[in-house]
Design a protein around this ligand. Sequence first.
Ligand code: PGA
Length: 260
Amino acid sequence: MAEARKPLISGNWKMHHNHFEALQTVQKLSYLLDSEDHDAVDVSVHPPFTDLRTVQTAIETDRMEIILGAQHCHWEEKGAFTGEVAPPMLAKLNVAYVIVGHSERRELFGETDDQVNRKVKAVLAQAMTPILCVGETLEEREAGRTEDKVAGQVRAGLAGVSAEAVAGMVVAYEPIWAIGTGRTASAADAQAVCALVRSTVGELAGAEAAGAVRAQYGGSVKPANAAELMAEADIDGALVGGASLDPEDFAAIVRYRRAS
Ligand code: PGA
């Protein structure tokens, strides 16, 4: 039997919050959460690059249990890549989780499956954990291609990654039509695709990795729908955009178990 998977709820701040705002946000979030919350759920925040050092210092100085994450990175360790940030630079800031292949990176900045795979490996090489994002467009869903798209992205993203490494990873299922739209996948639909993510991981890396990998759902997660999504067997957490900018809302999502 696989051990119970501890949920991971991650706040993806995207291109919001300068470093002062980031500091206030993480301080307020930390104040709102207690040790019971942290025992039950891993909580990560993913500020913009310019905020990372500030948030790291706050977390370490105040011994917050919030985990530091990044939104993106390059796959090379260093080099002539103007504007990019290398995985070892993130590791040096004690970043633990790196979002890889977010649909905004794929759709707006042309990130390919091959690049996403290189980034997954580069993040793992620095002993950080990738949050590999996958998900279909509305057009693909309506054409009945959700399974093909998601399984294909999981296979491509994890190609050549050891079963042991896959077991420690996070895969975020984020239907593109649900991101920032206020339209959430139904809990049943999100569960079905997260189960598909897990079975695809099983084909690639074996039953043990499939039982251990954490599957997040992302796309308009809010305090009002978090509990229902989190109740599903194969949903082990949430990747939250808009609602993570407000510490009250994000804390309410983290505390989904306490919602009445
Ligand atoms: P949203 O974003 O919660 O604002 O829909 C989710 C994401 O893109 O990670």
